[in-house]
Design a binder for this molecule. Structure first.
Ligand code: GDP
Length: 304
């Protein structure tokens, strides 16, 4: 399926290396764990997460008295899912918070180039094929070409785009988007925002203002604030996530370009170090290449 196909680069490097380790060591000892640590770090699982994982693995190996490296493989995948799910019972809601009868407002944040516009286009297409009336708002009034690009995606997905001219106030565009959505009884409003990080104070002020407008105009909105991150940027994505989490309440992560990296382990690092769920993953450039994130399928995809 799409999921497995999109993860093929990560799967190839990751499971090849693990299999290689298992064949080389046969017996579980300290050196085995040291090499395993390296494989995990190379897959961008993140140092903190790797340390935690190795510690848990060592305990589990002792507890079950495992000697054979082949058996450890199974424990690794179990622990990866556990790590992803954190300390909760695994029933965490990873699906989008879409309202049944009222307008749903979703705000997208993230730096330029991560795939924000593309993701909005893909999600618009997906929601529309589910029968929802979707509207887009071109809230990135800063980057040259951003409005035009969102309009293109609007055309592709067959949904309308509310826009102002370049350089105008993003909060004003989003206000207009909300009014348009209300007057036509739209189901979902997807709002783009500017992604400059050079000036953190500006970014925070702008996001805060946009959020205030949404909160004032629609009860309980925004229903999601999705931070879009580029998986190919590895640990850099993690530091972006930290910056944005300080600027606004992020409810979920969209991890794009997982198809373009062998370091898909970043999913685990993000989840474990930020505590924010990954809700969607981008697995290609096509309009259909967006999938809901499923931790079990993900970890299975790494080993399959
Ligand atoms: P924005 O500046 O954040 O709005 O980024 P764009 O949406 O313009 O995307 C930047 C580039 O990344 C474009 O060339 C997209 O086609 C590409 N892109 C976005 N998502 C994905 C993905 O999931 N996989 C791949 N391979 N490319 C993607």
């Amino acid at each position: 399926d799409k999921y497995k196909e999109g993860l093929s680069k990560t799967r190839k490097s990751f499971s090849e290396k693990i299999n290689d380790l298992v064949a080389r060591y046969r017996k579980v000892d300290e050196d085995f764990f040291e090499d395993l640590e390296e494989v995990l770090i190379a897959a961008d699982v993140g140092v903190t997460t790797v340390m935690e994982l190795i510690e848990e693995l060592e305990m589990e190996v002792k507890r079950q008295n495992i000697k054979d490296t082949n058996e450890v493989k199974q424990v690794i995948s179990e622990k990866l899912v556990e790590i992803y799910q954190g300390n909760d019972d695994g029933s965490e809601e990873t699906s989008l918070n879409i309202q049944k009868d009222d307008l749903t407002v979703i705000l997208f944040v993230g730096v330029n180039g991560v795939g924000k516009t593309t993701t909005i286009g893909k999600l618009a297409h997906q929601l529309k094929s589910e029968g929802k009336d979707v509207l887009l708002t071109a809230g990135d009034t800063f980057r040259a070409g951003a409005i035009e690009q969102l309009s293109e995606w609007g055309k592709r997905a067959g949904v309308d785009v509310i826009k102002h001219s370049e350089g105008s106030d993003p909060a004003a565009v989003i206000y207009d988007g909300i009014q348009a959505a209300k007057s036509r009884n739209a189901d979902v409003l997807l709002c783009d925002t500017a992604g400059r990080l050079q000036n953190k104070v500006n970014l925070m002020n702008e996001l805060a203002k946009v959020k205030r407008v949404i909160e004032r105009e629609v009860p309980n909105a925004p229903h999601e604030v999705l931070l879009v991150l580029d998986a190919t940027t590895g640990q850099n994505a993690l530091s972006q996530a930290k910056t944005f989490s300080q600027a606004t309440d992020v409810s979920g992560i969209v991890l794009t370009k997982l198809d373009g990296t062998a370091k898909g382990g970043i999913v685990l690092a993000i989840r474990n170090e930020l505590g924010t769920p990954v809700k969607l993953v981008g697995l290609g450039e096509k309009i259909t290449d967006l999938q809901a994130f499923d931790p079990n399928a993900f970890v299975y995809g790494l080993f399959a």
